[in-house]
Write a protein that binds this ligand. Structure first.
Ligand SMILES: [Zn+2]
Length: 104
């Protein structure tokens, strides 16, 4: 890198000219400001929200029985913490399998 002050050739990694000592570091061409960060975050949030609702919408379109998204509590006993005050005999039994068809 050539010094703009005296013309001395310096190493590319040098921060000051070795002949005249002037600062030869280049200012960054671009630096992100708060507007850039806000815009990028807005795009990320918007994409996340669109992706979530898109996937949710598509999952609701699945044919039976794949549209069932809740797992019976009997299959996930470690998730009972929300119902820990309910005794086992008051827990709702699992729905019949296969689910009845024809009665909307
Ligand atoms: Zn110089």
């Amino acid at each position: 890198m050539r010094c703009l002050n005296c013309g001395q050739e310096n190493k590319d990694t040098a921060k000051a000219c070795r002949k005249c000592g002037s600062d030869i570091t280049l200012a960054p061409a671009w630096f992100p400001d708060w507007k850039w960060h806000a815009r990028v975050l807005a795009v990320i949030y918007a994409c996340t929200i669109v992706f979530y609702y898109g996937v949710t919408f598509l999952l609701r379109k699945l044919p039976p029985p794949y549209q069932l998204r809740s797992i019976p509590i009997e299959m996930t006993p470690w998730l009972r913490h929300g119902r820990k005050f309910l005794p086992d005999d008051q827990l709702k039994p699992p729905p019949p399998w296969p689910p009845p068809v024809g009665n909307p």
